[in-house]
Design a protein around this ligand. Structure first.
Ligand SMILES: Nc1ncnc2c1ncn2[C@@H]1O[C@H](COP(=O)(O)OP(=O)(O)OP(=O)(O)O)[C@@H](O)[C@H]1O
Length: 305
């Protein structure tokens, strides 16, 4: 289990993580979602003892990482940086780590097999593809058979096979009862893999809830209409009942509470031209935009509003 309590991390006068509190429970995949620069990697680095908190605490099984007895047996991490020296082979890298952490050597062959690298294990890591390096990173994380896994953007740069493989692995690890904490800025990825979500923006907690609850509460199936005459259509629709939201884009309406056929028929009756009519299913992407709209804008402009 992971516990983050009132965690704050500052670099100079910049607050990167701001009073963050949440727990990551075993037996499910917890997705850690937030726009670029939201503080996900920093939070994970503090959990893994790679950065010190400014205040508050980040605990693995109830203790700060540095107080763990044989931490490799407790928590395995996959970070974007990768830890293997390019001149080393995967097998040599894992054997050295096994010796350093007191893990039996036989475990090296098990994890190589588990990540599908047995045949490539005697090649230098420098010649590995990104996908192979990710697999090695996973082997490294699993070496001590830890009950807690922390993966930072594990599908970044993977091809479709790699993505599927990673999803299945993450699912299996949670089903085995491990605590699995996975960050991503990709909503489709989180939707595919997470049971529970912790969403942050600007270092602060935005939501901590089951995935289905996040989608249910923050997203609704609706009809997207493009029309050169949004004013008339909006008025007609609202008179009949459905809620209508006018978007910034030219002639874009979102209609809640009426199927596409009804919206199309109403436009026809009103003599309003329709250039696009699309049903948008409730999704994490929609929920996320509702939740973090401000934070995304902040992230893309790089400055406070
Ligand atoms: N060692 C450091 N010194 C100074 N600033 C840092 C340091 N590490 C991270 N930051 C800053 O903290 C902010 C949050 O970074 P972090 O990597 O935690 O975000 P993130 O949510 O993981 O986003 P991304 O997906 O872009 O990695 C960024 O603006 C980053 O520049």
């Amino acid at each position: 289990m992971l516990t983050v309590r009132e965690l704050t991390k500052r670099y100079g006068d910049r607050t990167v993580v701001d009073g963050l509190t949440f727990t990551v429970e075993p037996g499910r995949v917890t997705g850690f979602l937030g726009p670029n620069g939201a503080g996900k990697s920093t939070t994970m680095r503090v959990l893994l003892g790679l950065a010190a908190p400014t205040s508050g605490e980040a605990l693995v099984d109830g203790r700060p990482y540095r107080d763990l007895d044989r931490p490799a047996l407790r928590v395995g991490a996959l970070l974007s940086t990768g830890s293997a020296h390019p001149g080393r082979t995967a097998r040599a890298h894992l054997r050295a780590k096994a010796v350093g952490t007191g893990v039996p050597r036989s475990r090296v062959e098990e994890v190589l097999e588990q990540v599908g690298l047995s045949d490539a294990a005697d090649r230098r890591v420098g010649g590995y593809s990104l996908g192979m390096r990710q697999r090695l990173g996973v082997a490294d994380a699993l070496l001590g058979d830890p009950g807690v896994l922390v993966f930072d953007e594990p599908v970044n740069g993977l091809d479709l096979d790699g993505v599927r493989w990673m999803r299945a692995l993450v699912r299996r690890m949670a089903d085995e009862g491990r605590t699995v904490f996975v960050s991503s800025h990709l909503m489709s990825e989180m939707e595919a893999v997470a049971d529970h979500l912790v969403v942050i923006g600007r270092g602060r907690l935005i939501v901590d809830a089951p995935l289905t609850e996040v989608i249910g509460a923050w997203s609704r199936t609706h009809v997207e209409v493009r029309t050169p005459d949004p004013g008339t259509l909006r008025e007609r629709l609202e008179r009949r009942g459905p809620a209508v939201r006018v978007e910034d884009g030219p002639g874009l309406l979102r209609v809640f509470g009426a199927p596409a056929a009804e919206v199309g028929d109403l436009a026809y009756e009103a003599g309003v031209r329709v250039h696009g009519l699309l049903t948008r299913e409730a999704s994490l992407e929609q929920a996320y935009l509702e939740l973090t709209g401000e934070a995304v804008e902040y992230g893309s402009t790089g400055g406070a509003r």
